[in-house]
Ligand binder design. Structure first.
Ligand code: ADP
Ligand code: MG
Length: 626
């Protein structure tokens, strides 16, 4: 219930709708309650008339006029009911659509704010399925409840008051029906809810897998796993069918019991009404009216279990809705929007424990002012990692005590074995994850992550394109770019050579995540996207790894040109592409191993020299084979 109140607060702007729907429901109910009175009065008039006709005194004066007027009153009541219920239905539709808009927009906003870490452990399809279900359950409930609540309340109060007025034991019996019904409903609700949760888990899981399979259909097909994916999918739904049948059997047997109890109570009510009419305590008209009122009272009682059910569903829906809404973007273990300095200070206690005396780079990094630091072309570093440690989870650090500085206009490359933490370094620089300890400083970036990220142009290892056109993808970091600007970077990134051959050139839609392009083509678009962003810091994470030597040379020329005017951090797959950088930093076991210019490191016998030897021998072997 408290979560439903939260939904009401959350959608406060819809209050006029709630009130209008309730007003319409009140009118509908009032018109409904008028009917037994009218038919009761008509019955008494008719019984009188029949009596006097049988006596031989003829039709009483005005009797016909009275019954026609009463029929008119019935007509009026149903007209009012028709108008009010349709108005209420219309407001209900608009209200629930607006509610869906509000709830899903706020949810999307929250998802966008959540850090990378949230997405590391959630399947896209599951996120979508959960959102859709919660919202459907919440809006469905709010719509019918705002209508039903008033109807139930008014009918109940009216029927109780009228029957108490006529003969109080009727009201007492009726009052008994409510707790009996609620109690019998409550008996079933825990089991019902447990099964409902279990069902939802199956649906969410199946949806998550579904989306993954559709997204990776090529792998599924080429490993001939269609059958087993299908089986896995239908297993989930086999379970939901089984669970639903258990849930429904349980619910309906309890419902039969509830209605049985209700029927007994109504049996007693009818006996009382009939007997009291026979004994002359009630007129026939009163009897008709009371019986109709009792029938009206039955509905709200029976609705109780429906209300409890949908309320539970909506409560479950809003719980899973708020589970995500209540996540604190800064606290989900990731860098949300906290200033990065503050985060680092939280973990600051570990500083110093993780110094790496083996790192030749440590000395330089300690000079925090760094103005007089040797080899520093500018006054302050553009990027500074100071004693940064980080791990994705509790088990072990991916990076330990990493410190380095990058100077204005410098090109710096990171080398290390696969899985050595190079991409992680980039993730930290972009603030996608919060460091465990240490600090990362980026000159010119404000305290917020958006300004930090505006100052960095990045080409990810996996090109990560959208389903739009080539041009839209290139312009993603700068949507206001002109066509000429887009085409200019496309030429520099060697996109033009293949874009011109696409069916609609730059306006070709490239499929989900760029499915319709080759790996190298995707990479070139990603490079063009980073070029167009024109940020002061350029980050390349194996940006040309999928290119053939010829295209790589083309793109490299464009990149060299781009790097000339800015600070660059480069992770390269082929060491030949970083032979020209100013400095290389090598990583070993999450720590910095060596720092120095390429020619110096190539002679030092470290990882760089090792990898260089490996690569040149394999390329020699390649050449020999040709
Ligand atoms: P590199 O780019 O040098 O090949 P990465 O930085 O991608 O290496 O990965 C470093 C380590 O961190 C690897 O052992 C990898 O398994 C782990 N890792 C990478 N991303 C995640 C993640 N999102 N969650 C948990 N572990 C991760
Ligand atoms: Mg990597």
């Amino acid at each position: 219930m408290s979560t439903i109140l939260r939904i009401l607060r959350f959608t406060r702007s819809l209050t006029p709708y709630y009130l209008s729907i309730m007003a319409a429901a009140a009118v509908v109910t009032a018109a409904g309650i008028a009917v037994p009175f009218i038919t009761g009065a008509a019955t008494d008039t008719v019984v009188d008339a029949v009596g006097s006709v049988t006596n031989g005194s003829g039709i009483p004066d005005g009797a016909i006029r009275s019954v026609v007027l009463l029929a008119l009153a019935l007509l009026a009541a149903s007209l009012v009911e028709t108008v009010a219920s349709n108005l209420g239905g219309y407001w209900g539709d608009v209200m629930s659509e607006r509610m869906r808009t509000i709830l899903s927009t706020r949810y999307f906003e929250q998802l966008l704010a959540l850090p990378q870490r949230y997405y590391d452990s959630e399947l896209t399809g599951t996120i979508v399925a959960r959102l859709n279900r919660s919202i459907a359950e919440i809006t469905g409930f709010m719509k019918s409840f705002s209508n039903m609540f008033v109807t139930m309340l008014m009918t109940t109060v009216a029927v109780l008051a009228i029957s108490a007025w006529h003969y109080w034991p009727l009201a007492v019996l009726l009052l008994l029906a409510y707790p009996a019904y609620l109690w019998l409903t409550a008996l079933t609700s825990r089991k019902w809810q447990r099964i409902e949760r279990e069902k939802n888990e199956h649906v969410d899981e199946a949806s998550g897998r579904f989306a993954e399979v559709v997204g990776q259909i090529r792998v599924v097909k080429s490993f001939a796993r269609e059958r087993s994916e299908l089986d896995r999918f239908s297993d989930h739904f086999g379970e939901t069918v089984r669970l639903t049948s258990e849930q429904s059997r349980h619910w309906h047997s309890m419902d039969a019991l509830r209605r049985g109890v209700l029927n007994l109570i109504f049996f007693a009510l009818y006996v009382i009404i009939f007997v009291r009419t026979v004994t002359g305590h009630f007129t026939p008209g009163e009897m008709v009216m009371l019986i109709q009122l009792m029938a009206m009272a039955r509905q709200p009682v029976q609705n109780l279990s429906w209300v409890v059910d949908t309320a539970q569903r909506a409560a479950a829906g809003s719980r899973s809705y708020f589970e995500v809404m209540d996540l604190d973007p800064a606290a989900v273990g990731g860098a949300g929007s906290l200033p990065r300095k503050a985060e680092a200070e939280r973990g600051g206690g570990r500083r110093g424990d993780e110094t790496d005396p083996g790192s030749p780079h440590r000395g330089g990094a300690d000079a925090s002012g760094a103005s007089g630091s040797p080899g520093a072309p500018g006054s302050a570093p553009v990027v500074a990692f100071r004693d940064v440690s980080f791990g994705y989870d509790e088990h072990g650090d991916v990076l330990s005590g990493v410190s380095f500085e990058v100077w204005q206009g410098e090109r710096i490359a990171f080398v290390g074995e696969s899985g050595g933490g190079k991409t992680t370094l980039i993730n930290l620089l972009l603030g996608l994850y919060a460091v465990r300890s240490g600090t990362i400083e980026v000159a010119g970036a404000g305290p917020d992550l958006a300004s930090l990220r505006r100052s960095i142009g990045v080409v990810f290892q996996d090109p990560s394109l959208f389903s739009g056109t080539v041009a839209e993808n290139i312009a993603y970091g700068r949507p206001e770019a002109t066509r000429d600007e887009i085409e200019a970077v496309a030429r520099r990134a060697a996109v033009d050579v293949f874009a011109s051959k696409l069916p609609s050139g730059y306006d070709t839609v490239i499929g989900e995540r760029g499915m319709k392009l080759s790996g190298g083509q995707k990479q070139r678009i990603a490079v063009a996207r980073a070029m167009l962003k024109d940020a002061p810091i350029l980050v390349l994470d194996e940006a040309t790894s999928a290119l053939d030597t010829k295209s790589e040379r083309l793109v490299q020329a464009g990149l060299d040109d781009l790097m000339r005017h800015r600070t660059s951090l480069i992770i390269a797959h082929r060491l030949s592409t970083i032979a020209e950088v100013d400095r290389i930093i090598t990583l070993r076991d999450g720590r910095i191993d060596e720092v120095g210019p390429p020619d110096e490191l190539s002679r030092s016998g470290g990882i760089y020299a090792e990898l260089l030897a490996l690569q040149s021998s394999s390329s020699k072997a390649d050449r020999k084979r040709l």
